[in-house]
Design a protein around this ligand. Sequence first.
Ligand SMILES: C[S@@+](CC[C@H](N)C(=O)[O-])C[C@H]1O[C@@H](n2cnc3c(N)ncnc32)[C@H](O)[C@@H]1O
Ligand code: SF4
Length: 381
Amino acid sequence: MAEDWEAGGFGLYVHWPFCAAKCPYCDFNSHVTRSVDHAAWRVALVDEVKRLGKETHGRVLRSVFFGGGTPSLMEPATVGAILDTVHAVWPTANDLEVTLEANPTSVEASKFADFHHAGVNRVSMGIQALNDPDLRALGRQHSAREALAAFDIARRAFERVSFDLMYGRQNQSLSDWETELSSALALGLDHVSLYQLTIEGGTAFGDRYKAGKLRGLPDEDLSADMYALTQDICASHNMPRYEVSNHATDGNESRHNLVYWRYGDYVGIGPGAHGRITAEGVRQATEQTRMPSAWLSGVSRETRENLSGTDQASEFLLMGLRLTEGVSKQRFTNLAGYALNEDKIAHLVDLGMISNTKDRIVVTNQGFTVLNGILRELLGA
Ligand SMILES: C[S@@+](CC[C@H](N)C(=O)[O-])C[C@H]1O[C@@H](n2cnc3c(N)ncnc32)[C@H](O)[C@@H]1O
Ligand code: SF4
């Protein structure tokens, strides 16, 4: 019998934890450091691929994702060494997707051809905003012009290019966002990630917000309007949402992120990387040491935890309902050992939050604005 993870496939995530500067809104595991011993990182990351490759021997790898931090600061030779090892340890899908997150500065763009040569076939660029005052307010190291120039170089170098924008920024009006998003989509993208700016504790923005000094953020109503407008504009550009914040033309969805959202298995290596690995019928959550220096020293690099059936069923629902394709109720039952409550499902259908066909529940347009509430209702006792 097929194991549950096979419904989502199998991928590899590689975390590069360094950045040129720390952006004030960012709570990712990213660090600014004076020097990086690239040779030591190369050896350590390659060793991790080999170690976890043994454990997942024979699985067909669908995607590799270099995330960060700023992986475009890696040496292309490091990316190449990791990918060579990947091909030596796993059979790979014919259409293996290899994505690298890139910051759109000219320094990084000058390395794109080498990354492509190393085996990267998709780039995800953090453009964030298309005007210079906002980029400065976000602490970015690039201008809008530089970002668009990097995007053009990327488009020529790679088969597929996506970019990220953040909206709901300070003093951004609905019509500002409409103009910005429309001009972004006019570039003829095949994938775009559109995130509402969130203020995270422990970041510079978080501190400023607590002190009452981060003014001009949208209230709940404007945020909801911005999200709704985003859906309308993207749909009219043939880029419908396929996940809460991700849009693609047909067939250009991120295969890597689909592994997470369809609750497949993935190996996660590098500081703070998470993984899900099923072995002998037991799905484990893996987490690597967060601090880069401690990770590189190699002492107890990873912790593991067995996930119970209910843990897995909750994660499956949490991930799957983000997708417009929804989730299979039977798969939930197989994982949890019990079925979702049909009365609660019927109630959510009555409220117009989800639709319920024979085996699938799918969140509606209206439901996407209150996704956490839907999850609480379905998973609550
Ligand atoms: C791992 S991060 C950064 C990738 C790359 N280093 C960069 O900055 O372009 C991936 C994306 O998450 C988004 N992001 C990071 N912090 C965010 C926040 N506080 N609110 C909303 N989106 C955020 C940004 O759009 C960013 O491009
Ligand atoms: S947003 Fe990107 S560049 Fe900025 S600190 Fe976070 S990971 Fe680094």
